[in-house]
Design a protein around this ligand. Structure first.
Ligand SMILES: Nc1ncnc2c1ncn2[C@@H]1O[C@H](COP(=O)(O)OP(=O)(O)OP(=O)(O)O)[C@@H](O)[C@H]1O
Ligand SMILES: [Mg+2]
Length: 225
């Protein structure tokens, strides 16, 4: 897929295939196109050329709304609604809609899963950054998304809290079978994923598998330093 902004080619014929259930880190310098990839995959933006396919089907304009609801998004700055309690923030994406599950039950389960059941009635301003990000993660999972897109989820956190957030994301992926794509500058976050895709100037310049021992293998099997 390609995404141009006037003269600027933000993504240049990127061909990225993501296996269901994988945890993929997207790395690369500022401006290399990481967020653009997430926005295209999340249906928040459209490619100027090429297609985005989900489960083997092209993401057409008609499918965009439904697709956006099947994707969870986590941001660097949490983006919680300050006037709403923790529980209501988690519920916010499903409040205006008819859903086929018990909202309260699901939200409570997710708050337990992120370790914040006790803080359901707190306001975001009463929580630490790491706790606020946990709320944002619970909110992102309220629709049981098949795909979770995280844009610098640890960028506003200290390294210990960041590590906890990554561990949480990976354990939730295991629990719910969610595919994860994480844009990150943090090498430790990337090393905890199964695969690291590196972008430079809108192109993929490396695509490496991470072994369970933490070794990084190039696509052709060579070990990288
Ligand atoms: N709405 C927009 N209008 C014009 N140019 C844009 C727009 N969004 C992104 N770009 C440009 O596209 C390129 C890729 O941007 P993108 O935000 O994907 O980079 P990134 O890898 O996420 O960077 P960072 O690490 O700073 O978040 C940059 O050159 C950026 O300036
Ligand atoms: Mg970005």
């Amino acid at each position: 897929m390609t995404r141009r902004y006037a003269e600027l080619v933000a993504l240049d014929a990127v061909d990225l295939r993501i296996e269901s259930g994988a945890a993929v880190a997207l790395t690369g310098p500022s401006g290399s196109g990481k967020s653009t990839v997430l926005h295209l995959l999340g249906g928040m933006d459209r490619p100027t050329e090429g297609t985005v396919d989900v489960d083997g089907e092209e993401l057409t304009a008609r499918r965009l709304d439904a697709h956006r609801r099947s994707v969870g998004f986590v941001f660097q700055r949490f983006h919680l609604l300050p006037a709403l309690t923790v529980l209501d923030n988690v519920l916010a994406p499903v409040l205006p809609r008819r859903v086929d599950f018990d909202r309260q039950e699901r939200a409570t389960e997710l708050l337990e899963a992120v370790g914040l059941a006790e803080r359901a009635n707190a306001l975001p301003s009463e929580l630490s950054g790491g706790q606020q990000q946990r709320v944002a993660i619970a909110r992102a999972l309220i629709n049981r998304p098949g795909l979770l897109l995280a844009d610098e989820p640890t960028g506003n956190l200290d390294s210990t809290t960041g590590r906890e957030i990554v561990e949480l994301l990976l354990s939730l992926r295991e629990r719910y079978g969610t595919t994860m794509l994480v844009a990150t500058h943090d090498v430790e976050v990337a090393a905890n994923c199964d695969r690291i895709v590196r972008l430079l100037d809108g192109r993929i310049v490396a695509d490496d598998q991470v072994t369970p021992d933490g070794d990084v293998l190039g696509r052709l099997g060579g070990l990288r330093p």
